[in-house]
Design a protein around this ligand. Structure first.
Ligand code: NAP
Length: 355
């Protein structure tokens, strides 16, 4: 993979240029690529060099005018985002050059941060620095953790359960299929758009069955693949797929609401019109946010790493190359261009680390 690099001493940044309208696809026209000098850290700060950046549908919410639970990124500011970075220079006692960290770098090559220990803006050393940085954004990072907490805690997945996962070939969905298998699910049904993604969910991720929502009737396919009904629905999508699943819940089923990408283009998303099935099936539906589990990240991350070492989890990152491609990488989440956890590789590690 050949990566573009900034000229020596320069830092490329993507600034927010415009807010996408309510029904507009996010893309390059909403950002400006500029070049500024590489900043210097003051006492207590570190200079980070970005290695790779994660993307999330939530980032459209940072810059769109729709209501969002996330803080907005003002026009003219560096687009917010988290990624894996290398410490390039340090004036902080806990960090030294070559350390690899998870940090809120923003869409840029370099950033100076004052490390924060807790919360969504924290700067923390990687638990698995010997592995490819992208894994720390994917199956062993926030995507894997979101799948894990959604299934184990929110949905109380029990061995033998029939589990259905929407956007099953997306980032969190591809982790959820694999984590559900590790947690002992009986049947695992992934829903995604297109034949290739369907084949990937069964052949690579280990789903029992796949539903191609672009070419199949989801309700009829769920009837076929889950004849006894659904114990757990892990939902990334909302809209008609959520309604189809609600209608087919078993008694005592659990619905974990992770995301709602199908309703992202409205300020007033319609709720499921058939929510009465929650009463009929004595079912529970609960939304969650992965950072609410921050105190448990270390323990859960260690469990994911053990499953990975044992060959029970596979890498599922979809890597694009080059900071210049960030806007299109984000757009790809909304057009279904990604398969797996969408990660943009920005730079290569340069500092030789002590072993
Ligand atoms: N709760 C939390 O803590 C938390 C944390 C992170 C992310 N999230 C949410 O979790 C969801 C998944 O996030 P992710 O980062 O892994 O993204 P992702 O699943 O990779 O998102 C993109 C995928 O969604 C599918 N999609 C796009 N538009 C769709 C539509 N209108 N209807 C159905 N499917 C559609 C596309 O796949 P197809 O080709 O299959 O259409 C696309 O590849 C998002 O809603 C995100 O906001 C929640």
């Amino acid at each position: 993979m050949t990566l573009s690099t900034p000229p020596e001493g320069r830092n490329r940044q993507w600034l927010v240029r415009a807010n996408p309208a309510l029904d507009e696809l996010v893309g390059p026209e909403h950002f400006d690529l500029v070049e500024v000098p590489v900043p210097s850290p003051a006492s207590g700060q570190v200079l980070l060099r970005t290695l790779c950046l994660g993307t999330s549908p939530a980032q459209r919410g940072y810059i769109s005018k729709t209501k969002s639970m996330h803080e907005k990124a003002p026009l003219g500011s560096v687009m917010r985002g988290r990624g894996v970075a290398e410490v390039a220079a340090s004036r902080h006692a806990d960090f030294e050059p070559g350390d690899q960290v998870m940090a809120t770098t923003g869409w840029q090559d370099y950033v100076v941060v004052t490390p924060v220990q807790q919360g969504v803006l924290s700067t923390r050393k990687l638990a698995n620095p010997s592995l490819a940085p992208s894994l720390n954004l994917g199956i062993l990072g926030a995507a894997g953790l979101t799948a894990y907490f959604g299934l184990s805690d929110v949905a109380n997945l029990a061995p033998g359960n029939t589990v259905v996962i929407s956007a099953g070939a997306g980032g969190i969905g591809s982790c959820a299929i694999q984590v559900a298998r590790c947690l002992g699910a009986g049947r695992i049904v992934g829903i995604a758009g297109g034949r290739k993604k369907s084949a990937w969910m069964t052949d690579y991720l280990g789903a029992t069955a796949a539903i191609d929502y672009k070419n199949e009737n989801v309700g009829a396919a769920l009837d076929r693949h889950c004849p006894e009904g659904i114990d757990v629905f892990f939902d990334n999508v909302g809209g008609p797929q959520l309604e189809a699943a609600l209608e087919r819940l078993k008694l005592g089923a659990r619905v974990a609401i992770c995301g709602y990408i199908a309703t992202d283009y409205t300020d007033t998303p319609a709720g499921p019109k058939n929510y009465v099935y929650l009463v009929r099936r004595r079912a529970r539906m609960q939304g969650f946010f992965v950072f609410d589990y921050e105190q448990e990240f270390e323990t859960a991350g260690a469990l994911l790493a053990r499953w990975f070492s044992a060959g029970k989890l596979r890498p599922c990152e979809d890597i694009t190359a080059g900071l210049e491609n960030m806007p299109m990488t984000l757009q790809g989440l909304f057009t279904g261009a990604n398969r797996g956890v969408s990660v943009c590789q920005v730079g290569e590690a340069r500092v030789r680390r002590k072993v």
